[in-house]
Write a protein that binds this ligand. Structure first.
Ligand SMILES: Cc1cc2nc3c(=O)[nH]c(=O)nc-3n(C[C@H](O)[C@H](O)[C@H](O)COP(=O)(O)O)c2cc1C
Length: 277
């Protein structure tokens, strides 16, 4: 009999989401025999392909969150074509809040033909400035991640491919977040994109033009020869900044950094993973 297929699919600009997807998948792979395949949706070339999944496959999907899924989520899910394929979904966030990301993931996965078995919002180091959650996931998170994987797989084996828990938004201690969600619910037509002035960056003389930032930019927004960013294409995912070996790229947006500071002030309390089955 052919082995079952386990797919690891992720959009992980700075690597933490990929790490947690692998933790979940490793736990599942310890429980059964699988053929494992990885699909890295950070690369625009991969998002241009089509991936077809059957009812017998199992997909573990992870996406970083910015209070919602990153701007490319529609494109990400469009390249995934499922037929009632069981889906274990995770989002990661940097100890502030995951906002509406879990709900969005549920909706998008259903639209692509997946059957959502379980969802989890996990805390990982905050990619913007590393000032929050720099040691997450820690040992306590790992236990929760392992149990999440085990319970998800048991549910998958039982043939129950439906989500029963009520999905919740998560706003941490950030009061303003509750107002943001109310506004977004009233105005679904407003796109979630940052204006260009929030995305401005500069590349210092330490840059050796090695091309690592270009390779990891999900929207091909970097002209490294001229050290220019196309800020209309940039989605502010921080991949270029965190992948740069020389630490030569930094944000120059005071507007954005002011918002970041307000998040940090509102994010003192340790958040714990939220799980939905
Ligand atoms: C533009 C941007 C916005 C973010 N917004 C939030 C946020 O609203 N709440 C939060 O807790 N973390 C936020 N983060 C932190 C990331 O969600 C977190 O670090 C995530 O684990 C990054 O995953 P990655 O390492 O796979 O890129 C944001 C990060 C970026 C780059």
């Amino acid at each position: 009999m052919a082995k079952k297929r386990l797919y690891l699919v992720y959009f992980s600009p700075s690597g933490s989401t990929e790490k947690i997807v692998k933790m979940v998948a490793n736990e599942i792979a310890n429980l059964d025999e699988f053929e494992v395949e990885k699909i890295n949706l950070l690369y625009s070339a991969n998002r241009k392909k089509k991936y077809h999944f059957t009812k017998d496959d199992l997909v573990v999907f992870g996406c970083a969150s910015a209070g919602k899924l990153f701007t490319l989520s529609e494109e990400m899910f469009e390249c995934l074509q499922a037929k009632e394929t069981p889906f274990i979904g995770l989002i990661t966030y940097g100890n502030a809040y995951y906002g509406i990301a879990i709900k969005e993931m549920f909706e998008r996965a259903n639209k692509s033909g997946f059957s959502v078995v379980s969802l989890g919002a996990f805390i990982s180091r905050r990619s913007i400035d590393m000032s929050l959650a720099h040691d997450r996931p820690d040992a306590s998170d790992l236990e929760i991640i392992k149990n999440f994987a085990k319970k998800s797989y048991e549910k998958f084996l039982s043939g129950d491919f439906a989500l029963h828990d009520e999905l919740k938004t998560g706003w941490g201690d950030w009061e303003l977040g509750k107002q943001v969600i109310a506004y977004r619910q009233e105005h679904p037509e407003v796109p979630y994109t940052l204006p260009p002035e929030y995305k401005s960056k500069e590349i210092s003389d330490a840059c050796k033009k090695c091309g690592t930032c270009v390779k990891n930019c999900p929207t091909d927004a970097i002209d490294i020869e001229n050290k220019i960013f196309d800020l209309d294409k940039c989605i502010a995912c921080w991949a270029c900044i965190n992948h740069c070996v020389q630490h030569a790229i930094k944000s120059t947006s005071k507007e954005f950094m002011d918002i970041v500071d307000s998040f940090v002030k509102a994010s003192g309390r340790r958040q714990e993973p939220s799980l939905f089955f």
